[in-house]
Design a protein around this ligand. Structure first.
Ligand code: GLU
Length: 301
């Protein structure tokens, strides 16, 4: 197994990086709040990056609505907001570097060419078979465990070669894949710790692999508990889940903090004092692994 050294000497910097696929719901508000507190309560900076590089999934107006919701909740980034679509030059430079070093390759497979388990069998690793056209670009994986100490979920090991095989970094529609863009942009922004929803923990091994292929230092990770509805289903921005902007921010923030294991005392009422309390009391060790359920239609208490 390979693990990276603890990157403790960098300035502490966290971020929230929503895709503009809908309004923020309780799951994304919890990710925003957890990443904000983990950065700010430890004296770091908190950045906001809108991951708008997948136009087919984008909902018009969603990015501005997300930014507005964060503002209403009192979460203001320490630097100007980043729009991922503006960083296409560096995404393509990284792609070119990975191709030039032989770590990435063109692939002519469609989804139908893959086995049922979806794990890429390496078909085009050494060249596209005759009769097929280049479609996507994949990053070669290495058959070894990648270990990381997640501040909430604990020790983790993943082996991308076994879990998914060589994975796509430029899609067949020409768009840069999330796994590449997120690493390039977090590294460029000097993000030293990524606090995000547990639904993304399975991507972490792949992303650490991308960091290593590009000669970059991976950040520390903390994966926050997944928020599920009353039936145990994951909330999703693209479903019709009740957006948090329909709630009073104090009420919604309290519910989120309670789910994060940091319920403020009843007397702490205003938004400002809830934040002050949370910043003073934040200890990532108290955050549950999850999943957690948040009543989506809270009644005023
Ligand atoms: N843009 C991703 C999303 O909204 C999150 C990226 C990340 O936090 O790594 O699900």
């Amino acid at each position: 197994m390979t693990s990276d050294p603890e990157p403790d000497d960098r300035p502490r910097r966290g971020r929230f990086a929503p895709s503009p696929t809908g309004q923020l719901h309780f799951g994304s508000l919890l990710a925003a709040t957890g990443s904000y507190l983990q950065a700010k309560a430890n004296g770091g900076e908190w950045l906001l990056r809108i991951e708008d590089i997948d136009p087919p999934r984008e909902v018009p107006g969603a990015a501005l609505a997300q930014i507005e919701t964060l503002r209403i909740f009192g979460m203001m980034p320490d630097r100007p907001i980043d729009w991922q679509s503006r960083f296409s030059a560096r995404h393509h430079a990284a792609l070119a570097e990975l191709l030039a070093s032989g770590q990435a390759f063109y692939c002519g497979c469609t989804r139908r060419d893959l086995p049922e388990n979806g794990i890429y069998p390496g078909t085009c690793r050494d060249g596209i078979p005759a009769g097929r056209q280049a479609r996507s670009i994949r990053l070669k994986t290495i058959d070894q465990d990648i270990g990381f100490a997640d501040a909430i979920q604990g020790e983790n090991r993943q082996n991308p070669a076994y879990d998914c095989g060589d994975f796509i970094i430029r899609r067949a529609d020409g768009l840069i894949a999330y796994q590449l863009a997120v690493v390039v942009d977090d590294a460029a922004a000097g993000v030293s710790e990524i606090t995000r929803g547990a639904d993304l923990i399975e991507s972490t091994g792949r992303q650490i692999h991308v960091y290593r292929c590009l000669g970059l230092e991976p950040p520390r990770y903390a994966h926050l508990p997944l928020v599920v509805d009353d039936d145990g289903r994951k909330l999703s921005k693209s479903d019709a889940d009740d957006p948090v902007h329909h709630q009073r921010p104090q009420t919604a923030l309290r519910l989120v903090l309670r789910a994060l294991g940091h319920e403020p005392p009843a007397g702490v009422r205003s938004l400002e004092s809830i934040w002050r309390w949370a910043l003073d009391h934040w200890e990532i060790e108290r955050v549950p692994k999850g999943p957690v359920s948040i009543r989506v239609h809270p009644r005023q208490q």
